[in-house]
Design a protein around this ligand. Structure first.
Ligand SMILES: C[S@@+](CC[C@H](N)C(=O)[O-])C[C@H]1O[C@@H](n2cnc3c(N)ncnc32)[C@H](O)[C@@H]1O
Length: 284
């Protein structure tokens, strides 16, 4: 783990709160969710009666879309009460049947009645690689236990190569801005280095400050914004970015065979500029 591990060790305890649900979770369009589901159904050839478990389901946007399409045996696991309650309310309104489970997927091993229950487990939108390789391996091994023989796994991860290209472009921009402004690069670096503008919240600019540790593969980030309800907010987060060969190795160690990597949403073949990658694997 990187130096910051102490600071960030428990960021997941507080990050996925009501503010996250309203600002990020509910901000994702239905069109995007539908495309993500189209891709999952296609790559895993999912049948309507199969048992599906969504790890880190949030408010259940993917499961609700599956239920609308007639899939019957849907389970969502998340530790965020606020997200689960929100999802439950919408599902009841729309008469969609989903089994909601509140729990920590690091404890999947200890959950009752889960052994060899599912045809497919998925975890979408960068939801499980928040800690270190030992923990991730343990999670993947416990996923293997809740899957039926030849069960399937889909994981969606951010593309490490694309994120590094982003950093490189940001760095080059700083250099050319400095040249244009005839200012010392260090002045500009001081102001903009690793501060990524990510939009306006309540009329104020919001930033993410990022640092990627090349040796550990950990991306640490801190979202900073001002909100009418919460005032000045600083939200740290940290996640592990894997190269695809590292990820393949980790999955193989846990007993999976990787069948494909595809660009998320579009389903195109992956490239170094693909933003997110959808990984499809089965139990070996
Ligand atoms: C980035 S969000 C994605 C939510 C959802 N998959 C989506 O695509 O909208 C990650 C979710 O994982 C949940 N989560 C994070 N760590 C968890 C854990 N250890 N156990 C259960 N849920 C967890 C969070 O509460 C959050 O809802």
């Amino acid at each position: 783990m990187s130096q910051n591990s102490k600071l960030y060790a428990d960021w997941t305890d507080t990050y996925f709160d009501q503010d996250y649900l309203y600002r990020e979770g509910l901000g994702i369009s239905l069109g995007r969710t539908q495309k993500e589901i189209d891709l999952c159904i296609r790559i895993a050839n999912i049948q309507k009666d199969q048992y599906i478990l969504d790890l880190g389901c949030g408010h259940g946007r993917h499961l609700m879309e599956m239920a609308r399409r007639g899939f019957a045996n849907l389970y969502g696991l998340d530790f965020s009460q606020v997200s689960l309650e929100y999802g439950q309310k919408i599902a009841e309104k729309e008469k969609l049947h989903i089994n909601w489970i509140q729990g920590d997927f690091r404890e999947l091993d200890h959950m009752a009645d889960m052994s060899e229950k599912f045809d497919l487990v998925w975890s979408l939108y960068n939801s499980i690689f928040y800690w270190n390789d030992d923990i991730h391996l343990k999670i993947l091994k416990s996923i293997a236990k809740v899957l039926k023989p030849r069960g399937k796994l889909i994981i969606e991860v951010p593309n490490r190569e694309a994120m590094i290209i982003d950093e490189y472009i940001a760095h080059s921009r700083i250099l050319s801005l400095a040249r244009e402004a005839k200012r010392r690069v260090s002045d500009l670096k001081y102001r903009i280095k690793n501060k990524i503008f990510f939009g306006k919240i309540d009329g104020y600019s919001s930033f993410a400050k990022r640092h990627f540790d090349l040796s550990s593969g950990m991306m640490t980030s801190s979202k900073q914004y001002h909100s009418k309800k919460y005032g000045d907010v600083v939200k740290p987060l940290q996640f592990r970015l894997y190269t695809l060969s590292e990820l393949k190795q980790l999955l193989e160690q846990a007993g999976f065979e990787v069948l494909s990597f595809q660009e998320s949403i579009s389903g195109h073949p992956i490239s170094s500029t693909s933003g997110n990658i959808t990984v499809f694997a089965t139990i070996r």
